[in-house]
Design a binder for this molecule. Sequence first.
Ligand SMILES: Nc1ncnc2c1ncn2[C@@H]1O[C@H](COP(=O)(O)OP(=O)(O)OP(=O)(O)O)[C@@H](O)[C@H]1O
Ligand SMILES: Cc1ncc(CO)c(N)n1
Ligand SMILES: [Mg+2]
Length: 596
Amino acid sequence: MLYATNCRISSEESQVIRWVDSHGQKYPYPWTPHFPKASSISHMAHLCSQVLSTSFFTPKPQIPVLLSPGVACIKSFHQYRFLHIKAMQEDKFSTPTSCDESKVRVPHVLTVAGSDSGAGAGIQADIKACAARGVYCSTVITAVTAQNTAGVQGVNVVPEDFVAEQLRSVLSDMPPNVVKTGMLPSTGIVKTLCQSLKEFPVQALVVDPVMVSTSGHTLAGPSILDSFREELLPMADIVTPNLKEASALLGGVPLETIADMRSAAKAIHDIGPRNVLVKGGDLPASLDAVDVFYDGNDFYEFRSSRIMTPNTHGTGCTLASTVAAELAKGSQMLSAVKVAKRYVEAVLSYSKNIAIGGGCQGPMDHLLKLKSNVQRRPFDPCDLFLYAVTDSRMNKKWGRSIVDAVKAAIEGGASIIQLREKEVETGGFLEAAKACLKICRVHGVPLLINDRIDVALASDADGIHIGQSDMPAHVARALLGPDKIIGVSCKTPEHAQQAWIDGADYIGSGGVYPTNTKENNKTIGLDGLKTVCVSSKLPVVAIGGIGMSNAQAVMRLGVPNLKGVAVVSALFDRECVTTETRKLLEVLKESTKIAN
Ligand SMILES: Nc1ncnc2c1ncn2[C@@H]1O[C@H](COP(=O)(O)OP(=O)(O)OP(=O)(O)O)[C@@H](O)[C@H]1O
Ligand SMILES: Cc1ncc(CO)c(N)n1
Ligand SMILES: [Mg+2]
């Protein structure tokens, strides 16, 4: 345990924090570089955590630090946890007696940048990138631009005083881990920012020296170059110019090759930033997208394949924000840059075909992955009507592939498919699941995976079906997100109640009749099924030994939430799956007519 002492928050004394360990040993001045007066306990805790993450403490991130008079701060994994100590003992060096662990601090990036009305770049890109990376993003807006996919139609610079006021509001109350800068349209704004950062130092400063939009519009003119060189860059932990910006910072040298990018990175490093990333998105005649990173000692080339898409507006802002987000979580610089580069490539790739706007440079979409889930057709309990469950042994016996079995069942009218492939190896199962999913999507039939949540996730199947001894449904729900379908096998009203509490979408109840498909499976009979159905808040599909001869008896139980039957052998342990499925569908339709 390390203790921060002598920090009197409300006194007029300047803020001096001394670090003392449990043995009473004092740690000297260099451990507490320019420490401003804290305005609150949380501000002070933040300032101390800065020292922790930037100084000699770095190799020992798990050391808890106690800040008198009453806040302890532990840097754990990705976040700072603040323990508000309710009672402190007389002896400063003793462990606190009671702690409130409920406050969890989230990693936080403040972006100081311009607004892009088209939301591809600027503040909007920064918020989206941070959100997608799980980091809180606050915003100080320096300019409002009228911008779309065709270019920049107008720029309205926010008055310097008001930029200063926004900075004060955020920095004094909710200190960020990292500040990231984008469009800084005037020298006054650059100076104001530098002043604020001296007053409220942060763990890291990421500077994206935005100057010209891709469409060629000036966002920050040459007049800011001096303040960049003299004030901002020397404070930066990393600066991320594109080719044009690197050239401008160096007085207009032409940059056309990777060798040029290396020399530029070195020359910019001489201006003062601790690391430089020269981005090669616009490198002429380069098949790959190559960025050059220089940390003052070594060069690294980060390469990704060049994604062929017009939707590259905002790549630079996204890259810098992601670096900032990773640093805020506690990454070292090199790994933050690596992750950011991969992230940009991934987002470009999955938004390469989106069509927004009529201009020539569209935005990326950070959250597209989430949207594809949201846009999936919602689960409809009627999907349970004819529920086909595949079986690897039967497929083997009849010499058909999983994909052929699924195709045939869909052709015959199955309304939902579950892949229950106990004997197939993971790689083969995944490939089969992906192939089945393609077919199911075309026909609008949901595809579920039995037991294997890894296969369900990897194949992006519509959901899973789990038994009582598999992973609990609430854990599956947490892993699969809110939209995917989860079914749970239930034999009793208690199971059904738990499935409902855990967030399942339906339950499968049985075995209704004896079956060979499942060993040691207790048969609950029609009565057992009825008891579960009556108590269940979720729709039910009956399972176990059901086929042509008894499906009507099951459906005629007449309980409203019994939505259909799940069938294995009656479809797949037969020569022609399509014919059997068709026949069963007729039987089921007939039984509903009778029931109505
Ligand atoms: N088509 C592409 N495919 C893959 N990566 C790309 C592509 N275009 C740019 N990048 C990468 O995106 C990141 C941003 O680089 P770029 O040179 O485009 O920045 P920029 O010009 O500042 O972008 P912005 O349009 O936001 O101003 C870099 O890592 C770059 O290599
Ligand atoms: C507001 C804003 N910031 C940055 C860029 C650079 O992409 C842009 N086009 N617009
Ligand atoms: Mg840029």
